[in-house]
Design a protein around this ligand. Structure first.
Ligand SMILES: O=P(O)(O)O[C@@H]1C[C@H](O)[C@@H](CO)O1
Ligand SMILES: Nc1nc2[nH]cnc2c(=O)[nH]1
Length: 287
């Protein structure tokens, strides 16, 4: 079976036998946002290539390491590099790390990504808290839960109307306001596409009309699998570029700009995430 319970358990046990850290929070770093992992203290890092059954990172800006450590005293695990559909991985491989998180004991997942801004009020450098998503590959049947369902992970038909935890969203708003980030902190809808080509002008206009505020190539698949197995989810997008909506514009989306904007806002993003982590409540606080 693809990414079966047994396969995921073997990977989780391999990791648990090599570190004493028992993470309650799992973090995923988006393009150019790998600095988040560097915040962890008492680090223990594994290269993806050394972890049994783990995919490899192939994208510039995604280091390919799983880092365990403490963030302000809280045990965390951080993916420094994620997997995308356009790398050629089947969708269940893209999301497999969420099941590993679950089997490591993670209760809360924090996902980050770099995204293009569709909302005309957004500026490059804005941080958008994701309140909901539009799953374009899902419309075409490409859902990470397609195939036989293993009840040990979750139910056949999981709800997605509560995908993004509202308490965590409130917490992020509060922490953001305390840090003085109000001017560039937003809340909106993220739309995922398969990539790797960036979208056309007509596609951007369409998504905007459909209610999307930002567009990207990740996160949603991971959210679905994380929710399926009962972890709480918080996600945010760094708006690294304005989606091109106008035929008179000479702008063109490019990955270099995405990584550069990541660097500009990295420190603020790290502060937002680390301050949030200190406030997250867990059922099991003995790790
Ligand atoms: O992993 P994320 O979603 O942050 O990466 C985005 C989407 C593409 O992988 C890349 C495009 O620049 O950034
Ligand atoms: N699809 C998509 N992904 C992105 N990641 C960062 N910027 C963009 C963008 O404009 N479009």
């Amino acid at each position: 079976l693809r990414c079966s319970f047994e396969e995921c358990s073997a990977t989780a046990e391999w990791l648990l036998s090599r570190t004493e850290i028992r993470p309650l929070v799992g973090i995923v770093c988006g393009s150019g946002l790998g600095g988040l992992a560097e915040m962890l203290k008492d680090q223990m890092a594994f290269k993806y290539s050394d972890i049994p059954n783990f995919p490899q990172s192939t994208v510039h800006g995604h280091a390919g390491r799983l880092v365990f450590g403490k963030l302000k005293g809280k045990a965390c695990v951080c993916m420094q590099g994620r997997f995308h559909l356009y790398e050629g991985y089947p969708i269940h491989k893209v999301t497999m790390p969420m099941r590993i998180f679950k089997l490591l004991g993670v209760e809360t997942v924090i996902l980050t990504n770099a995204a293009g801004g569709l909302n005309q009020d957004y500026k490059v450098g804005d941080i958008m808290i994701i309140k909901d998503h539009i799953n374009m590959p899902g419309f075409a049947g490409n859902n990470p839960l397609a195939g036989p369902n293993d009840e040990r992970f979750g139910v056949r038909f999981p709800s997605m109307s509560d995908a993004y935890d509202r308490e965590l969203l409130q917490l992020a708003q509060g922490v953001g306001a305390e840090l003085g980030f109000g001017d560039f902190l937003r809340e909106g809808v993220y739309c995922v596409l398969g990539g790797p080509s960036f979208e056309t002008i007509a596609e951007c206009r369409m998504m905007n009309r459909l209610g999307a505020d930002a567009v990207g190539m990740s996160t949603v698949h991971e959210v679905i699998v994380a929710r399926h197995c009962g972890m709480r989810v918080f996600a945010l997008s760094l708006i690294t570029n304005q989606a091109v909506m106008d035929y008179d514009s000479q702008e063109k989306a490019n990955h270099e700009e995405v990584l550069e904007t990541g660097q500009l806002r990295a420190k603020q993003l790290e502060r937002l995430v680390s301050n949030m982590v200190t406030h997250i409540e867990h059922n099991n606080n003995d790790a």
